[in-house]
Design a protein around this ligand. Structure first.
Ligand code: NAI
Length: 570
């Protein structure tokens, strides 16, 4: 396929022709412009007199929408306002989002979307996406074909079981694919007509929801076991047939299903799990950016994880790949990472149920190498004293899991320790950046999972970078679409992590920030997408494109929300 053809296929339309006329035009969010319809368009679409006489620019409409938004008293009200705007005028919604990315992301996505998921049945206004229940299993193709979009390139799908840190939210989990796709559109310019949010509504075990007479979901206990696996299989088969060019992002599945589905399907269709792989890439990017400060190679680092769940397991896998790519041997790499959980160090002498823990378990020989004699109740600072980590990652969801003793012990061995308390939301963060800076006397480089304001430490401003997956998934998703990748590999996440780490400006690094500002998201996504498309091409994982063509296509297909001419069909 030629370069202009690829661009034409993936970018938004340059003009719209519609069969609709009169008020129904205003009720179709994909074509509605409200007061921005010109007099000529109003004439052709039989809208004259239906709208007040003034014709507005999109900039004026954005200003008005901002006025409405700031009149809303709570973030949830702001969320509802934005959702209704999206349902009324998609272009205006996305323009408002793109113009105010850093400000609106916490409303459209975490943390506000969490409240919206909980209240879903009560704040529901308009349909968006596709719901699939166990009763639909034999007919998933038919259900997918009911969606108005026919050229879907990106699906975000959840089974609602582990919505953020909120657990099983039943049908309310739909807020997550909807919000995440809004970030794909806003952050990477994937055209909304190419996106599809899906809720696999397999029931819920959330009693509050089941007891709510107004609950809108599938009112049965969760589907499990073989029947659950069969439904996922039927979904994958149906997607491959109905939307053969679609990339699938698995979202907010519980640990067991998350790893299992990813392992099962990553070679069958282009798919990834952001909670595992996006998290890993964003954390690795932070480590690589911090190494630009101290000018050391990744292969020389020792990394300690406090918390040994999905987040830590995913990060450790990608760090291993990065170290090996940097020339380290398997043995040194294995020894360079220690995972700990509530029972202490993860090692081979322990009963370890989960496969990812076994994968990173140190042998007693490895532990002896560091002089560690593992025992139940071993304090983290004792492990730090022996292992001498240069990087400390927290993924426990336990506030206070990083203590003064731990940070001070880090500083005894490392000039500029990297401290990453990644747990979300803010209330779960392992320690505050202010504490990490005070305990380390300003020597720590700190990045968090949740947003934190700048910290003044001994008269110097320190910016706290946020390890937000949004820096990774929009760019990787766009790249997979552009290159029509057969598979989305770990190496692509490594490329994404490196690109993100190199994007951080020197000025920000000097002030201690190892991530870009969120207002730079579109540029970050553009660069990541370009590099990943090039990687896919060079490694025969996607379309063959030159470096120049890859950069050109990515730039051209990124949709900037603006109105296009609308005309009536003859
Ligand atoms: P998980 O439940 O799978 O794992 C938690 C782990 O922490 C378990 O291994 C548990 O034994 C351990 N743990 C609990 N208390 C501990 C303590 N005091 N000391 C040592 N270990 C302890 O959870 P998952 O999915 O790994 O997420 C963990 C946290 O990471 C969550 O708060 C989540 O929000 C955050 N996270 C942040 C991301 C980001 O910043 N981009 C992305 C993904 C997760």
């Amino acid at each position: 396929m030629s370069v202009p053809h690829i661009i034409r296929e993936l970018r938004g339309p340059e003009h719209i022709r519609t069969k609709l006329t009169g008020v129904p035009v205003l009720h179709n969010p994909a074509i509605n412009k409200g007061l921005a319809f010109s007099h000529e368009e109003r004439d052709l679409l039989r809208l004259t007199g239906v709208l007040p006489p003034a014709v507005m620019t999109i900039e004026q409409q954005v200003a008005l929408a901002q006025e409405h938004l700031s009149a809303k008293a709570t973030d949830l009200e702001k969320y509802i306002y934005l959702a209704t705007l999206q349902d009324r005028n998609e272009t205006l919604f996305y323009r408002l989002l793109v113009d105010n990315l850093a400000k609106l992301m916490p409303i459209v996505y975490t943390p506000t979307v969490g409240y919206a998921c909980r209240q879903f049945s009560h704040i529901f206004r308009y349909v968006r996406g596709i719901w699939i229940t166990p009763d639909d299993a034999p007919n998933i193709r038919k259900v997918l074909r009911n969606y108005p979009g026919h050229d879907i390139r990106l699906i975000v799908v959840t089974d609602n079981e582990r919505i953020l840190g909120l657990g099983d939210q039943g049908c309310g989990g739909m807020g997550i694919p909807v919000g995440k796709l809004a970030l794909y559109v806003g952050g990477a310019g994937i055209h909304p007509s190419k996106t599809l949010p899906v809720s696999l509504d397999v029931g819920t075990n959330n009693e509050t929801l089941l007891n709510d007479p107004l609950y809108m979901g599938y009112r049965k206990p969760r589907l499990t076991g073989q029947a659950y696996d069969d439904l996922i299989e039927a979904f994958v088969e149906a997607v491959a047939e109905v939307f053969p060019h679609a990339v699938v992002q698995w979202e907010d599945f519980k640990n067991r299903n998350a790893f299992h589905i990813l392992d099962q399907y990553h070679k069958r269709l282009p798919c990834f799990n952001d909670d595992i792989q996006g998290t890993a890439a964003v954390a690795l990017a932070g480590i690589l950016a911090s190494l630009r400060i101290v000018r050391e190679p990744i292969a020389d680092q020792r990394i300690m994880y406090v918390g040994a769940g999905a987040a830590s397991g995913g990060i450790a896998r990608l760090v291993r790949l990065a170290m090996i790519a940097d020339g380290a041997t398997e043995e040194t790499v294995h020894r360079a990472q220690v995972l700990t959980d509530t029972h202490g160090v993860i090692h081979e002498g322990r009963e370890l149920g989960e496969p990812h823990k076994r994968e990173f378990a140190l042998s007693l020989r490895d532990l002896a190498h560091y002089g560690i004699k593992p025992r139940e109740g071993m304090r983290p600072e004792e492990v730090i004293a022996a292992f001498k980590p240069t990087v400390l990652i927290g993924a426990t969801a336990v506030p206070g899991a990083f203590t003064q003793a731990m940070i001070q012990e880090m500083c005894r061995h490392t000039e500029r320790p990297l401290i990453m308390p990644l747990s979300n939301p803010t209330s779960k963060c392992e320690c505050t950046p202010a504490d990490a800076l005070e305990w380390s006397r300003g020597r720590a480089v700190v990045a968090t999972g949740s947003p934190f304001v700048d910290v003044m430490h001994e008269g110097r401003r320190r910016i706290i970078g946020q390890a937000n997956n949004v820096f990774i998934f929009p760019g990787v998703g766009l790249a997979a679409i552009v290159s029509e990748a057969k598979e989305i590999t770990q190496e692509m996440f490594l490329v994404a992590a490196r690109t993100l780490s190199e994007f951080v400006s020197h000025e920000r690094l000097v002030e201690g920030a190892i991530y870009p500002d969120q207002s730079e998201l579109r540029e970050v996504s553009r660069r990541i997408a370009t590099e990943v498309v090039i990687y896919a091409s060079e490694n025969h994982l996607g379309r063959r494109l030159t470096r120049e063509d890859a950069a050109h296509i990515v730039k051209e297909v990124m949709w900037f929300p603006d109105y296009v001419p609308v005309a009536a069909m003859e």
